[in-house]
Ligand binder design. Structure first.
Ligand code: ATP
Length: 257
């Protein structure tokens, strides 16, 4: 059964129809990259998947059941940090468990294990302003993963990072993902990032009335190193093929802007 499915999802903001008739299904354990030009409705679809936004028409299904309210299986990682500046790295990661009623001591123990998993075992008492951008991302990732989501919704999570840090984080994400293969919907307008990470890349058309116009399986071997895989002939072939479709949409989006 599909873990997440959009069935003919349309979202309108007033008269503006952002996405129209979107159908897309994610199998359990699948890593799907969603690419499209700026403003085409990628975040809108993630918000529908998270249950933060109800479609104007159509529906989202989670394990075959219509989604009503917040998606209980989902963890959401945004472009901006969602961590609290006045809490330590450890307490930021522990918070989702505390919100669920777990005692602080127990939550902190588990949080420390997660900080170690993301390579921050030596920084539990640091505050966010004492950490680099990449380290804050790691805190954010640990904070999402500690809650045990089966679906990860990621909205350009690494786009604010410099290229090297970004590649480190992409590899880190793949390493963690290999461990238990959560279902991932990863939004980006960076086609290379989408190909390097995903099992399947879905291309959205330029808005308004955006919808998927192409789906490309990415049969690159795993485990992958995102920096190395970009240099392989198969990667370049996939990039050329998908870019052919995406380029037209990017140009349409710019012409309409
Ligand atoms: N709450 C809202 N009210 C009105 N219009 C909105 C609202 N949210 C999004 N939109 C519009 O819907 C369209 C899709 O927005 P969305 O943020 O989903 O695009 P995106 O593909 O994620 O963009 P980007 O790549 O720039 O982040 C945009 O034209 C945006 O202006």
């Amino acid at each position: 059964m599909n873990l997440l499915e959009f069935r003919q999802v349309t979202v309108a903001f007033g008269d503006y129809v952002a996405v129209e008739g979107v159908s897309l299904a994610l199998r359990p354990g699948e890593f799907v990259g969603l690419v499209g030009p700026t403003g085409c409705g990628k975040s809108t679809l993630l918000n529908v998947a998270a249950g933060l936004l109800a479609p104007s028409q159509g529906e989202a299904l989670v394990e075959g059941r219509p989604l009503k309210g917040l998606n209980p299986l989902a963890g959401y990682l945004f472009q901006q940090d969602a961590i609290l500046p006045w809490k330590t790295a450890l307490d930021n990661v522990a918070l989702p468990l505390v919100f669920r009623g777990r005692p602080w001591a127990e939550a902190r123990r588990e949080a420390l294990a997660w900080l170690e998993k993301v390579g921050l075992g030596r920084f539990p008492r640091h505050f966010p302003h004492q950490l680099s951008g990449g380290m804050r991302k790691r805190v954010g990732l640990a904070q999402v993963l500690i809650a045990g989501p089966r679906l990860l919704l990621m909205d350009e999570p690494f786009s604010a990072l410099d290229v090297q840090t970004r590649q480190l984080m992409e590899n880190e994400l793949l390493r963690l993902w290999q461990e238990d293969r959560k279902t991932v919907l990863f939004v980006t307008h960076d086609l290379e990032e989408a190909i390097a990470l995903s099992d399947r890349v879905v291309v959205l058309s330029a808005g308004p009335r955006s919808r998927p116009i192409g789906e490309f399986p990415i049969p690159l071997p795993r485990p992958r190193d995102v920096a190395e895989i970009r240099l392989t002939p198969e990667f370049l072939r996939l990039h050329r093929e998908i870019w052919e479709l995406l380029r037209g949409e990017v140009m349409r989006a710019h012409a309409g802007a």
